[in-house]
Design a protein around this ligand. Structure first.
Ligand SMILES: [Mg+2]
Length: 213
């Protein structure tokens, strides 16, 4: 009995902050978890930039409304949900996720929440739990599920490595998986999983070759 745990941004939908960086003309906001592994640090930095430019939640939500899922993502997710349970585990925030979940057919998502002042200024954020991706897959395992996990960034490595099978999906940087003591075992797992998931091959084709680690 297994549950598939998927990252959201970079796997099913484009990176929200990159889209907002382009829409707002603030290139610094293109920095993501692929570049900065410390998510708290990254978020505090983003909030500081928003404040500096006088931008609030509404400005970001307007951009998110225009974002579409990546090509094939909705179809892939629909097929996956026919085969078994799927949970999207994301470090994004409920205030950002809703329009995207609508476009993906309302899958289950576990994410975090923003703290927003009455005037719409983003003043902080509340993470659901520390290391939420890793903690969530371990919790699922503790109630009798095996997990399959896929994501594209540093913050996905915990859930990928803790899962029975995992996919590092279209990861931009080789550094993402460097330094991982368990990377060799993970790659073996990825390849085994790839064979099992023939039907999902189009979306999961970019598994890095062993020599890339
Ligand atoms: Mg991601």
């Amino acid at each position: 009995m297994y549950i598939t745990c998927l990252d959201l941004e970079g796997v099913l939908v484009p990176e929200i902050w990159i889209a907002f960086a382009e829409a707002s003309g603030i290139p610094e906001l293109k920095r993501t978890t692929r570049d900065e592994p410390d998510y708290d640090k990254l978020m505090r930095w983003r909030i500081g930039i928003l404040k500096e430019h006088g931008l609030g939640l509404k400005d970001i939500q307007e951009t998110i409304e225009k974002i579409d899922p990546l090509p094939g993502a909705k179809e892939f997710l629909d097929k996956l949900r026919e085969l078994g349970q799927v949970i999207i585990i994301s470090d994004t925030f409920t205030q950002f996720a809703k329009p995207l979940m609508k476009k993906l057919g309302w899958p289950t998502i576990f994410c975090n929440s923003l703290e927003v002042a009455p005037d719409g200024e983003i003043t902080g954020f509340k993470m659901r739990i520390e290391k939420s991706k890793y903690t969530t897959v371990k919790a699922l395992q503790s109630i009798g599920f095996e997990t399959i996990a896929s994501g594209d960034s540093y913050n996905d490595l915990g859930m990928i490595e803790a899962s029975k099978a995992g996919f590092l999906f279209r990861s931009r940087s080789r550094r993402t998986i460097q330094g991982s003591q368990r990377s060799r075992r993970m790659m073996s797992s990825l390849r085994r999983s790839k064979r099992r998931w023939k039907n999902s091959r189009n979306l999961m084709e970019k598994i890095p070759h062993k020599k890339d680690i």
